[in-house]
Ligand binder design. Structure first.
Ligand code: BGC
Length: 757
């Protein structure tokens, strides 16, 4: 037998010992508990279940779940809410299991709990981080009042594909803005103290790259080079981790052929070793089991792979619960791996203060005062009106007079069921304010005639797919012709027509990908006919994604994009339509001219053959049939007033690597209303070792400027803002010239430059 040199042996021992020391929790109570746990009890902690339907109908948990909790086979639940129901579940865990370990109680609180805020793509359009942070705080306050201590949000997946239904759940196309929003949400949910009864654990999801599914088809494969990944898609997850997010959810897609849930490079090498994440990783809903369908083996094999990769908790599929012991016996996983995953779950429970008081989220008096309070609803109204984007204001039709004669038409004009938007399972449509009601609340003196005018879609089979969570597309018994006639008659008698059209809530969201993203034909017919009446027409457009609206932009109509605005929908829309609030939202994902143009986003590259002139030229990177530019650029949104930009200045024409640079600009409100403007800064790194984007967002500030007023705005570029991941994935800034553009959208022309030495 060969002798192992002593130095090697010592080194190996040192490495093993320090790895073990590293694995130890800094929380002595957690280590003490781990000492007492059997392997089965540890595996039990890795299991997350949802009792589903059992909850709604009374009994707190379905039989099986209850038995599993008692057997110590459950670490957390989701889909259970209400302090009393959660208390019952918690009581079983605490009083009827050997070690009395309390449960994590999860939920999808994506854009508000019961006080539903605009869907995330709408919230992003506010560009107001303080406001977004407040919505997250309120969501946490309401959810924790109902017994929840762990939220499956924020969803920070960058998406440049509006075919993907879940683009509605994120911040859009840009990593700089997406990172700012990720921070605002994480710190809103968690604040700086998880033991407080009104904060909850946040989960950044879906790690990673879920928004880049091929063809925009949900759950589809992702194939992406590392440079793009690190520069464009990973920053918001990283920002959430740096902000202290306590949990991460793995995504459904594969990356380089390995599903995220079993991807060791992703969950360990990157997330833990490189980024230093210390919390726990949960799978997405059965995403562990789905590795079987991905083609990676049977349940035992994929469960072992996921644990080896760094997954800590298995959502719903029970792959960990049913196979890990066997894998341990067969040497496919180690006891250390199981203990480590369990340790992370226990640490989360400890951080929440659950060991000290498992019922800290079960105060029966809280829901009444904390949920859907007047203040919370006021915030929902504020957030909604700030999320609206004025895309076009034909002849300054908007705002309307409060005593106008209005024909309010369209299938979404009085549709309470479609106000909350996708992924609002904790909300309740019965609290939502429909638009007709909002108009009456805000403009009591207006003479309003309502007519449905069209169905959201005339396609019964399509409607069935959309109506899975309740009626969203309700096809009228009357013929489309009769409905149209009624709308045109209302229009005839009115001074102005407000048409509310677009998507039903479930036309975007999970498993709601579309290959055509135009307004459904049934509604297009209504809009065309209204535009022909000669009356001023305001199109209030609802959707959870960018739509292709080239035809509507060409009609003589004004267009106000309102997403799905949440519980205060009608009031907020009326606030903007009648001028109580001057719109200030700006889109955060470019709107394409047509589906064939996808992906189109502001930070595209020049290519070797850029399209330089306005008129078409052969042998350029362009299309024969449409321009390269999107229909509506990233960052665009109008106001009832106008803003003029001038005097761009840079405080240093030359800077060093560790020096920030300040760019200032004067913005004047040149119109007739006070208003807010989102001042945006775009950077172009002119020459560098990997091809730079033509420009990319690197700064913004939302400012209130009164009419006639002029303000000087200063935006600072930090040394990190000039950095990018190069071909070796080093995060560096390279010397040379940087061009800076400042303005009200990504087409900003006002320009200056500086040189990095
Ligand atoms: C979604 C997640 C969600 C989970 C639990 C999944 O289908 O992808 O975003 O958190 O369900 O409801």
């Amino acid at each position: 037998m060969k002798r192992i040199p002593f130095i090697l042996l010592a080194l190996t021992m040192f490495v093993c010992l320090s790895a073990k020391a590293q694995a130890q929790s800094s929380i002595p109570q957690v280590e003490a508990l781990l000492e007492k746990m059997t392997i089965e009890e540890k595996i039990g902690q890795l299991n997350l279940l949802t009792p589903g339907g059992g909850v709604a109908t009374g009994s707190v948990v379905s039989e099986n779940v209850e038995a599993k909790i008692k057997a110590g086979n459950v670490g957390g639940l989701f889909g259970v809410a209400g302090p009393d129901k959660v208390r019952m579940a918690q009581k079983i865990a605490v009083e009827q299991t050997r070690l009395g370990i309390p449960l994590l109680i999860g939920s999808d609180v994506i854009h508000g709990y019961k006080t539903t805020f605009p869907l995330p793509l709408g919230l992003a359009a506010t560009w107001d981080m303080e406001l977004i942070n407040r919505t997250a705080q309120v969501a946490a306050k309401e959810a924790t009042a109902d017994g929840i201590n762990w939220n499956f949000s924020p969803m920070v997946d960058i998406s440049r594909d509006p075919r993907w239904g879940r683009i509605s759940e994120g911040a859009g196309e840009d990593p700089f803005l997406g990172s700012a929003i990720a921070r605002a949400m994480v710190t809103g949910y968690q604040q700086d103290d998880l033991t407080r009864p009104n904060t909850m654990i946040a989960t950044v999801k879906h790690f990673a790259l879920y928004g880049a599914a091929e063809g925009g088809r949900d759950y589809n494969s992702v194939d992406m080079g590392r440079v793009k990944m690190f520069n464009d898609y990973l920053p918001p997850y990283k920002a959430a981790i740096d902000a202290g997010v306590a949990s991460v959810m793995s995504s459904f897609n594969d990356i380089d052929g390995v599903p995220a849930t079993g991807n060791k490079w992703l969950l360990t090498d990157l997330l833990r070793d490189k980024w230093g994440f210390k919390g726990f990783v949960v799978s997405d809903y059965t995403s562990l089991n789905e590795m079987i369908a991905h083609g990676l083996g049977n349940l035992q094999a994929v469960s072992a792979q996921a644990l080896n990769a760094g997954l800590d908790m298995d959502m719903v599929g029970e792959g960990f619960l049913t196979t890990l012991k066997k894998s341990l016996d067969e040497g496919k996983v180690t006891e250390d791996e199981i203990t480590q995953a369990c340790r992370r779950i226990l640490e989360a429970k400890y951080k929440l203060g659950l060991f000290e008081d498992p019922y800290r989220y079960n105060d029966e008096t809280r829901p009444e005062k904390d949920i859907l309070s007047k203040d919370n609803r006021a915030l929902a109204r504020e957030a909604a009106r700030k999320s609206f984007v004025l895309l076009k204001n034909e002849n300054n039709t908007l705002p309307l007079k409060k005593d106008a004669k209005i024909a309010l038409v369209g299938p979404l004009a009085d549709s309470q069921n479609n106000m909350l938007g996708t992924w609002s399972p904790t909300g309740d449509t019965k609290y939502a304010v429909p638009i007709l009601e909002g108009f009456k609340n805000v403009a009591a003196g207006a003479k309003i005639t309502y007519a449905k005018g069209a169905n959201i879609s005339n396609d019964k089979a399509f409607a069935e797919k959309i109506n899975v969570f309740g009626p969203r597309i309700e096809i009228d018994e009357r013929t489309p012709e009769t409905m149209l006639k009624e709308a045109l008659e209302a229009a005839k008698k009115a001074d102005v027509v407000v048409a509310v059209a677009g998507e039903a809530t479930e036309m975007t969201g999970e498993a709601s990908s579309m290959t055509s993203i135009s307004i459904p034909e049934s509604q297009k017919m209504l809009i065309r006919a209204l535009a022909k009446t000669g009356k001023p027409v305001v199109l209030v457009l609802m959707s959870g994604r960018p739509l292709t609206i080239e035809e509507e932009m060409g009609l003589p109509v004004s267009i106000l994009q309102v997403w799905h605005p949440g519980v205060e929908a009608g009031n907020a829309i009326a606030d903007v339509v009648f001028g109580n609030y001057n719109p200030s939202g700006k889109i955060t994902a470019s709107w394409p001219r047509n589906v064939g143009q996808i992906p189109v986003y502001h930070s595209m590259k020049n290519t070797g053959r850029p399209e330089l002139k306005k008129e078409w030229e052969k042998f350029k990177s362009s299309y024969l049939d449409v321009d390269n530019s999107p229909l509506i650029p990233f960052g665009f949104g109008l106001s009832y007033t106008t803003f003029e930009y001038s005097d761009i200045k840079v405080d240093h024409s030359e800077i060093t690597q560790d020096q920030p640079v300040n760019i200032s600009v004067t913005v004047k409100n040149t119109g007739n209303y006070d208003g807010e403007e989102v001042v945006q800064l775009y950077l172009h790194d002119v020459v560098r070792s990997i091809t730079p984007p033509k420009r990319t967002l690197k700064g913004f500030q939302k400012v209130m400027i009164n009419k006639g007023e002029r303000k000087t705005i200063t935006l600072t570029l930090t040394p990190d803002d000039l950095k990018f991941y190069n071909g070796n994935l080093d995060f560096i800034a390279e010397p040379g010239v940087f061009e800076v553009y400042v303005g009200g959208n990504s087409d900003a022309q006002l320009k200056t430059q500086f040189t990095l030495k």
